[in-house]
Design a protein around this ligand. Structure first.
Ligand SMILES: [Fe+2]
Length: 238
């Protein structure tokens, strides 16, 4: 089971004001800035990371064109915590805290910075508080209070979503997969045309090339391991 995903590495959110986002997520929420640099392989685009816990980060991506892209309520942005958005778009973001005391501490921290925040609401298996972050990010903080899966898969909802008991049994016990150490060849990118990248016109030529490249060629395009502020290393024996 060691090869399965075990957390969010980073969630990348688009921004036209990375400073406003860093002000909020560091000062109000208390997350630490850990990286801020030009995004590799993408012109004039800033990438920033704030950290929570040991392995999880929220990232921001700020490209100059984003200044001119207007958010649309009900399409790109939910507007409130239960609002609708287009399929595939993040509806809201919930960050974990360890206990109800920590949830109250976060509520105090947010309120102490002058932000309105509602809750906690008790959902039976978690308690949550809710607020709006800059640029209309619907933000929740939540703490687990005990989830019994046998109690929280509703047969009425299962039927409503066109699922069967057999589907649920499969979902609850996904098949394992033994590692092939990276030796499984790339399938034809056109084999599943319903799941593929869609490039905008200015990326189309480059995008079509990406689909024809080997793993090694692709890797070379996006690899940049040199930090923007390299540590000075002492010359050995110098
Ligand atoms: Fe939620």
């Amino acid at each position: 089971m060691g090869s399965l995903p075990n957390g969010v590495h980073h969630l990348a959110l688009a921004t036209r004001d990375v400073k406003a986002q860093l002000d909020f997520f560091t000062e109000v929420v208390g997350m630490e800035l850990v990286a801020l640099y030009w995004m590799h392989g993408v012109e004039n685009t800033v990438h920033a990371f704030v950290k929570m816990g040991e392995t999880t980060t929220i990232a921001f991506v700020q490209a100059p064109e984003m200044k001119d892209i207007e958010p649309h309520l009900g399409v790109s942005h939910a507007g409130f915590i239960a609002g609708n958005v287009a399929p595939g778009v993040m509806q809201h973001l919930a960050l974990n805290v360890d206990s109800e005391a920590d949830l109250m501490a976060m509520r105090d921290r947010i309120r102490a910075h002058g932000h309105w925040v509602m809750g906690p609401a008790d959902h039976g298996f978690c308690k949550s508080i809710y607020l709006a972050a800059p640029e209309g990010i619907m933000l929740e903080f939540s703490t687990w209070t005990g989830l019994d899966t046998d109690e929280w898969i509703d047969p009425e909802v299962v039927a409503h979503c066109g699922m069967t008991a057999a589907d649920i049994a499969r979902y609850r016990d996904p098949p394992g997969f033994a590692s092939k150490a990276g030796q499984v060849p790339q399938p034809d990118p056109r084999a599943r045309p319903n799941i593929e990248f869609v490039f905008p016109p200015e990326w189309r030529e480059r995008g079509e090339k990406l689909y024809r490249m080997s793993d090694e060629e692709l890797c070379a395009v996006f690899t940049n391991t040199t930090p923007p502020v390299p540590k000075r290393r002492k010359a050995v024996g110098g």
